[in-house]
Design a protein around this ligand. Structure first.
Ligand SMILES: CC(C)(COP(=O)(O)OP(=O)(O)OC[C@H]1O[C@@H](n2cnc3c(N)ncnc32)[C@H](O)[C@@H]1OP(=O)(O)O)[C@@H](O)C(=O)NCCC(=O)NCCS
Length: 137
C-alpha cells in the first residue's frame, strides 16, 4: 500500500485504520494491488480520502471503476453522497465525469470547509484546492 499511495498522503497507518472501518475498496491486478480507494463515513456521507492506481494499471478504467463501485456501495447502504477534496487542475475533471460537482456553498458544509482549511495548513495551495460532492439519492 505504501508504494501505491506515495509521499504526501496521510500515511499508511492512518489508512490502515480507515480501511478497518470497512468502507474502502481495492482493485487487484493479478497478484498485485492495482488500485485503492480509501473512504470514511461521516453520518450519511462517505468521504474519499485517497484514490490511487498503480502506474502500470492506469488508463484502463481501474480508477473510474473504484469510484463507481463506491457509488453503488453507497446507494446500497443508504449513503446520501460521496465527498472529497482535490486539485482544481489535476483531478477535478476526472471526478466531474463521474458525477461530482464542486461544493461552492462551503458555509453549508462545515466538514468540507474544515478539511480544505486543514490542507492549506499542511501547505497545499488554497487557490488550487476544491471540495466536490456526488449525490447518490
Ligand atoms: C487519477 C487516477 C486515480 C485515475 O485512475 P485510472 O485508473 O488511470 O483512471 P481511468 O482509467 O478510470 O480513467 C482514465 C482517464 O482519467 C482521466 N484522468 C486521469 N488522471 C487525471 C487527472 N489527474 N486529472 C484529470 N483527469 C485525469 C484521463 O482522461 C484518463 O483518460 P486517458 O487515459 O485516456 O488519458 C490515477 O491516474 C492515479 O492514481 N494518479 C496518481 C494520483 C493523481 O493523479 N491524483 C490526482 C487525481 S485524483
Amino acid at each position: 500500500m505504501a508504494a501505491l499511495v506515495g509521499a504526501g498522503s496521510r500515511g499508511t497507518a492512518d489508512y490502515a485504520r480507515l480501511i478497518r472501518k470497512g468502507r474502502s475498496l481495492v482493485a487487484h491486478g493479478g497478484e498485485t494491488l492495482a488500485g485503492l480507494l480509501v473512504a470514511e463515513p461521516f453520518s450519511r456521507e462517505l468521504h474519499i480520502w485517497e484514490l490511487a492506481v498503480a502506474a502500470e494499471h492506469r488508463s484502463r478504467g481501474v480508477g473510474s471503476g473504484l469510484v463507481r463501485a463506491a457509488q453503488i456501495d453507497g446507494r446500497n447502504m443508504g449513503t446520501r453522497a460521496l465527498t472529497l477534496t482535490t486539485d482544481r487542475h489535476d483531478g477535478a475533471a476526472f471526478y466531474t465525469r463521474l458525477g461530482f460537482e464542486e461544493v461552492t456553498a462551503l458555509d453549508a458544509h462545515p466538514r468540507l470547509a474544515g478539511e480544505l482549511a486543514n490542507e492549506v495548513d499542511d501547505g497545499l495551495p488554497a487557490d488550487r484546492r476544491c471540495a466536490m460532492i456526488c449525490f447518490l439519492d
